[in-house]
Design a protein around this ligand. Structure first.
Ligand SMILES: Nc1ncnc2c1ncn2[C@@H]1O[C@H](COP(=O)(O)OP(=O)(O)O)[C@@H](O)[C@H]1O
Ligand SMILES: [Mg+2]
Length: 223
């Protein structure tokens, strides 16, 4: 089943001489049960693409469809609900709250979305897999970049979303951790039937992808 698709999506930032065409006529599809990689260099439009795919940004033109309904056919309230329920973001800036311990970052999710989150056992397993089980009482500024990145990944997975959108999730990780994260994302797709979409320039993730797109100067092609 197609979990998320973009049809003819273009994005223009700014006006006049400051105008940037970040995406041009992007067509994209990601299926449940697969891991899709979007590879492209810095500045090629990866974050813009992911932000639009997740409904955080409405594109200049084109349609985004999630679970069979286009965003434009939903009210803002419906879009927000969908995002909360169905989409897990691993964003480039890790967006951990500085005044909360790792454990409390998850409790905060419980406040916003009280139901349907991972059980304690499942969360513990993921913390363990990511090697961050001993960090639960630490604050973000006590963690390395790589540790923060892994906490951000765990937090995105905690609400058990059907779609996982990850922006350069391995940028701060050594090769061993990249393999762990690649494996984890792949297993969420294959074993848990999620649609996993990763945008990156990290070629170390290529082996984990079921499907690969390339993005250059805002133009997307299926490889
Ligand atoms: N909010 C914005 N305002 C103006 N230009 C932007 C904005 N966001 C991104 N851009 C521009 O769009 C292009 C693509 O950026 P981005 O999607 O961040 O690429 P990537 O994630 O691949 O590095 C770049 O030229 C960037 O400067
Ligand atoms: Mg980016």
């Amino acid at each position: 089943m197609t979990a998320i698709s973009l049809a003819g999506v273009s994005q223009v930032f700014g006006k006049g001489t400051a105008k940037v065409q970040a995406l041009t006529d992007v067509n994209f599809e990601a299926e449940a049960g697969t891991m899709t990689l979007v590879m492209g260099p810095s500045g090629s439009g990866k974050s813009t693409f992911l932000t639009i795919a997740g409904g955080l940004l409405t594109p200049t033109s084109g349609e985004v469809t999630v679970d069979g309904t286009t965003y434009s056919d939903r009210t803002k309230k419906e879009r927000d609900a969908l995002r909360l329920d169905a989409i897990g973001f691993v964003l480039q800036a890790y967006h951990l709250l500085p005044y909360l311990t790792v454990a409390d970052q998850f409790k905060l999710v419980d406040k916003v979305k009280p139901e349907g989150n991972l059980s304690k056992d499942d969360l513990d397993r993921i913390l363990d897999t990511l090697g961050i089980e001993d960090l639960v009482n630490k604050y973000p500024d006590e963690l390395s970049g790589g540790q923060q990145q892994r906490v951000a990944i765990a937090r995105a997975l905690y609400p058990d979303p059907a779609i996982i959108l990850a922006d350069e999730p391995t940028a701060a990780l050594d090769s061993e951790r990249v393999a762990v994260v690649g494996q984890l994302l792949k297993s969420l797709a294959v074993d848990h039937n999620k649609a996993v979409v990763v945008v990156t320039h990290d070629v170390r993730l290529v082996d984990f992808a079921d499907r690969m797109y390339e993005i250059r100067d805002g133009q997307m092609t299926l490889k």
